[in-house]
Design a protein around this ligand. Structure first.
Ligand code: IVH
Length: 669
């Protein structure tokens, strides 16, 4: 096909796919597949400039404008980035740039992670944050100033440290996102409150930033990294590396792991390492950005379309692909929760062949109307289990069938239940063989009781051999050392090590033990709270739903889960066995950050600007302070936020010191 016809065809295809994606919400291809077509058109158009038409998708800039917000005009266009997918693409990019520059121009670079969040543009006038906007259409953005102010990593005044001077005016650009651990914590909170989980960190970050009520934004643990100066008055910057240092000195978080390299080939050598490191990072990236270091040269190179020539995004190989759901299994977890898993026609995603992908839960299936036989988009991000993003409704044939939870447990045939108000379905039989296996496996795992040498395979073998039947039996394995030695692949050394690590596990703190029991919704945060409050497992076992529910951040459903779990005779027997074996069952375990607040009692009232109540109490306790529910003469400080209750009045009457969140930070500084 000649280039003119191919360009025509690509434009038609891309326009149709983007219409299906944005308007119909019925995509037929994945983002990665779209990218491939888009790139082909970009290449054709850059080789034959005459082929560029005004309606070409390459001439369109996306927009995130929303009618709920006032608009802010950006001081300069908020540009996008061209993409590269291989080292050849990067070499070609440098070659193109070299042709535009005098022949002996030296080119050095800065490599930054390409953060997968959403762009924001923040203005500071004489050091004070005055406005903040989304990228919008690149020319004007939505005014999200109130929401941006709630993000703790964004300074409200610069420079944060004294001794430096703020420029007269500074407009910066960066990315708002959830750190992976914050996103997990947010979901743990959702779970504890019996609310549906968030699936996609980027979309949740975007939704959190576009709230009309900034208190909602404040309750979401967002982070911002700043990587660019859009406009500056009163200071001159000459390189990208210097810009990052300058931004950091003003008090901004800059993209971690950004680095200066003398040549492009140094960077190309680093790319495989980046792909491996991606999993370990606490933030999601979809590639790296390579920027010409010298800002004068960058300006000279100029812009092509909506991208600066001086920077390029190197995108990691696709992590998404489309394939068909050919079956569904309903996995039973340790808590009895059913997780629907899709069996797929094998598909190659991000370097491996994927045959299974999680469908999360039945609400998710319902919500997205995913059916057996559907073509779906599957994503693999990092080393997490691949998951289904959604169906391609436009590809339906009519032969697809609904996916429903089973009526009976596939492992023990007990009727499946859905507790009132819960999102999930459960096998309620605590002795279900699959639940028992999953519970023991979890109990022994790293992050739980952390018993080295007791991985899933070993647990399975021990169960099959009748050497254990529950968690308690683990601590009696020493009585069966002979039989252990008789098992396949169990040499003396291995048995010794296993028994030793079992012995060590007896002294784990109470919070760790509670988190290891596999009670639905009781993760590390909740278990610490329970251990802190009740101090012994007996006190917790005697507690009512109301007492537990009264704890900050713990909802009724979670409280019911805890009480129900602990009153199940089977679980009580397991606990008795653990106790008899000498497993420690008491002691609070807060990790101590400092003793700055030792001996001081705090009362909290009102909504704080950035900290949730839980976070504020945790912060105070981790520095040795105590939290009390009511103000008395013994109270040292009342921490007051917006719309405080009568506690603030009482504090004033009694002459107790009233402090704000900022003053709390000063106490800790
Ligand atoms: S530089 C002229 N640096 O990626 C400056 N962008 O695909 C152009 N992004 O719209 C942007 N991390 O939202 C730059 N370290 C980084 C980035 C980054 C993420 C985003 C940015 C941009 C998109 C382009």
């Amino acid at each position: 096909m000649n280039p003119t016809d191919r360009a025509d065809e690509l434009r038609r295809l891309l326009n149709e796919h983007s219409y299906r994606y944005y308007v119909l919400n019925e995509p037929l291809i994945t983002d990665a597949e779209y990218d491939v077509l888009y790139r082909e058109l970009v290449t054709l158009e850059s080789d034959h400039a005459a082929l560029i038409t005004p309606d070409s998708p390459t001439q369109r800039a996306g927009s995130d404008l929303n009618e709920n917000f006032e608009k802010i005009a950006h001081p300069a266009p908020i540009l996008s980035l061209g993409n590269g997918f291989s080292s050849e693409d990067l070499i070609a990019w440098e070659e193109r740039n070299r042709r535009l520059l005098p022949s002996d121009t030296p080119l050095d670079y800065v490599l930054e992670p390409k953060l997968d969040g959403l762009t924001i543009v923040i203005t500071y006038e004489r050091g004070i944050l005055t406005k903040a906007a989304t990228r919008g259409n690149g020319v004007i953005g939505d005014d999200v100033t109130a929401n941006i102010r709630t993000i703790r990593t964004i300074p409200l005044r610069i420079p944060v440290k004294s001794g430096l001077e703020a420029p007269d005016r500074l407009v910066v650009r960066g990315e708002v996102l959830f750190l992976k651990h914050d996103f997990e914590a947010l979901n743990e909170r959702q779970k504890a409150a019996g609310l549906p989980l968030y699936v996609n960190a980027r979309n949740t970050a975007s939704g959190s930033l576009k709230q009309k009520d900034s208190r909602i934004t404040a309750s979401r643990p967002l982070t911002a990294y700043i990587y660019d100066v859009v406009d500056i008055v009163g200071f001159t910057l000459s390189t990208q590396a210097e810009m990052l240092d300058y931004l950091q000195s003003m008090g901004f978080y800059i993209p971690p792991e950004s680095q200066h390299y003398p040549t492009l080939s140094h960077i190309i050598q680093q790319l495989p390492t980046w792909e491996q490191r991606r999993q370990q990072l606490d933030y999601e990236i979809d590639g790296v950005v390579i920027k010409v270091n010298d800002l004068r040269i960058s300006a000279e190179l100029g812009i092509v379309g909506k991208d600066p020539r001086s920077a390029i995004a190197y995108k990691f190989p696709a992590q998404e692909a489309s394939t068909r759901i050919i079956g569904v299994t309903h996995n039973v977890g340790r808590t009895g929760k059913l997780t629907p898993t899709a069996q797929l026609e094998p598909v190659f995603v991000g370097g491996v062949t994927v045959v299974n992908a999680t469908l999360h839960n039945y609400d998710f299936i319902n919500h997205l109307d995913i059916r057996l036989g559907d073509i779906v988009t599957v994503k693999r991000s990092g080393d997490v289990i691949p998951y289904v993003i959604g169906p391609m409704i436009g590809a339906r044939t009519g032969a697809e069938t609904p996916i429903l939870p089973p009526e009976r447990c596939p492992h023990c045939d007990t009727p499946i239940v859905k507790p009132e108000g819960a999102v999930d379905y459960f096998c309620p039989n605590s002795q279900c063989p699959e639940r028992v296996f999953r519970s023991i496996e979890f109990f022994a795992s790293r992050g739980a009781m952390d018993i080295e040498g007791l991985g899933p395979q070993t647990v399975k073998t021990l169960l099959d051999q009748g050497l254990i039947r529950d968690e308690g039996d683990i601590f009696y394995l020493y009585q069966h050392a002979e039989r252990l030695l008789g098992l396949e692949k169990f040499a003396q050394k291995k048995v010794d090590n296993l028994l030793q690590s079992i012995e060590k596990a007896k002294t784990r703190p109470l919070a760790q033990l509670l988190a290891s029991l596999g009670i639905e919704g009781v993760g590390s945060t909740v278990s610490e709270q329970l251990a802190d409050h009740f101090e012994t497992i007996d006190a917790l076992m005697n507690a009512s739903v109301e007492t537990i529910d009264a704890l900050e951040g713990i909802g009724e459903i979670l409280a019911q889960n805890v009480v129900q779990w602990l009153s199940d005779p089977y679980h009580q027997a397991v606990i008795a066995k653990l106790r008899a074996a000498g497993v420690q069952m008491q002691g609070a375990t807060r990790s101590i950050a400092s003793d700055k607040l030792n001996g001081l009692t705090f009362v909290l009232t009102g909504t704080l600007p950035t900290l949730s109540r839980d976070q504020a109490s945790d912060l105070i306790k981790s520095h040795g302070g105590k939290i009390s529910g009511s103000v008395s003469k013994k109270t040292d400080y009342v921490l007051v936020g917006d719309s405080p209750g009568s506690k603030a009045e009482k504090a004033a009457q009694l002459g107790v010191k009233i402090i704000s969140e900022a003053e709390l930070y000063q106490l800790l500084a």
